[in-house]
Design a protein around this ligand. Structure first.
Ligand code: NAD
Ligand code: TYD
Length: 337
């Protein structure tokens, strides 16, 4: 029987991964570790609470003593915990440097001390920077992070690989494209736009809306992480993506259509500073080496996601209050073109 330590387990992707492990490996013990920052929400783990193999620990990954106690006896580590929003990293990046870089260092040191058998660093395609009209990111593409967020993730990703080379720490790294799905915090494009429209507000499209992201459903991402965790080669990087490039404006129009709204709900706003134009992933390696394939097509996945937000208004309306509204004002007021 294995014991797995999952950081950022109360966030969007981490909470979904917890549920995948509980379903796929019901005999594994799960230690879910999360500081419950603004983005962490125990309600994301509601269905796990009665599970005897599940334990939640509220803790900071930068707190070496707390990590040391919590990680003891674990076999796997899957490290999701991070400050994850590019726009917030533009407002100020101290928390990004602390959590994403120093927090990863604390975990890597704990992994060494406790003889962890596999440490999976959840990274992002944003470490590669921006593409022109053509081309895809492969695992060998140069790293060229352009935002404080992606620079902090690139640092963590390289630090993890350095522990493999220097200390033989059994690290694997995944770099995935943009995720969507239920329980995503409503600061990111899709949940922000859906919830704004339900509230009768406009949706703030940055610049010309012609930026491209390569969208993947969170369940496909987590099935890929699981495959890499069990069978990936140590010291290697695996790109994850589902060949689904979409212009932001097209996604916006798909959401408007599902919700029966027209384009008068679009508000074009000043672009994000340093906005990466296009991301696109070549996932050949994980497909050929590990046999992983994405299973959820975008139209179906997006409709299911929008419907989830319609059915779970309580979940997001409790978030869109207080500090969230302060953030929203700071981010979006004075931005109208
Ligand atoms: P999220 O913001 O929804 O969740 C992050 C979680 O980390 C939250 O529960 C938060 O409470 C926790 N956390 C933050 N600081 C912490 C700390 N100091 N100690 C312990 N816990 C802390 O983010 P997400 O979208 O679920 O992303 C998870 C991971 O996946 C991140 O590492 C992110 O970089 C990576 N990733 C995300 C995407 C995406 O599209 N969302 C794509 C590729 C990779
Ligand atoms: P986001 O969900 O923040 O992910 P990332 O920046 O990590 O790719 O944004 C996805 C795309 O949507 C990105 O090109 C920025 C754009 N965007 C908007 O146009 N308006 C918004 O209000 C937000 C949050 C994002």
């Amino acid at each position: 029987m294995s014991k797995i330590f999952i950081t950022g387990a109360a966030g969007f992707i981490g909470s979904n991964f917890v549920k995948l492990i509980a379903e796929q490996r019901p005999d594994w013990k799960i230690v879910a570790y999360d500081v419950l920052s603004y983005a962490g929400n125990l309600a994301n783990l509601d269905e796990m609470m009665g599970n005897a193999n599940f334990k939640f620990i509220k803790g900071d990954i930068c707190d070496a003593d707390a990590v040391d106690k919590a990680i003891a006896g674990c076999y796997f580590v899957v490290h999701f915990a991070a400050e994850s929003h590019v726009d917030r990293s533009i407002l100020g990046c101290a928390d990004f440097i602390r959590t994403n870089i120093d927090g990863t260092r604390v975990l890597l040191d704990a992994a060494r001390k406790h003889n962890i058998k596999r440490f999976l660093q959840v990274s992002t395609d944003e470490v590669y920077g921006s593409l022109g009209k053509d081309g895809l990111f492969s695992e060998d593409s140069h790293l060229h992070p352009n935002s404080p967020y992606s620079a902090s993730k690139a640092s963590a990703d390289l630090l993890a690989l350095s522990y493999y080379h220097t200390h033989n720490t059994p690290v694997v790294v995944t770099r995935c494209s943009n995720n969507y799905g239920p329980y995503q915090f409503p600061e990111k494009l899709i949940p922000l736009f859906v919830t704004n429209l339900v509230e009768g507000k406009k949706v703030p499209v940055y610049g010309d809306g012609m930026q491209v992201r390569d969208w993947i459903h969170v369940e496909d991402h987590n099935r890929a992480i699981f495959a890499v965790l069990e069978n990936g080669n140590l010291g290697e990087v695996y790109n994850i993506g589902s060949d689904n490039e979409q212009y932001n404006i097209n996604i916006t129009k798909m959401i408007l259509k599902y919700l029966g709204k027209d384009e008068s709900s679009i508000q074009y706003v000043t672009d994000r500073p340093g906005h990466d134009r296009r991301y696109a992933i070549d996932a050949t390696k994980i497909k050929t080496q590990l046999g992983w394939r994405p299973q959820i097509d975008f139209a179906t996945g997006l409709e299911g996601t929008i419907q989830w937000y319609l059915d779970n208004k309580k979940w997001w309306s409790e978030i869109k209050t207080g500090k969230y509204l302060e953030y929203y004002k700071q981010q979006y007021s004075d931005r109208n073109k």
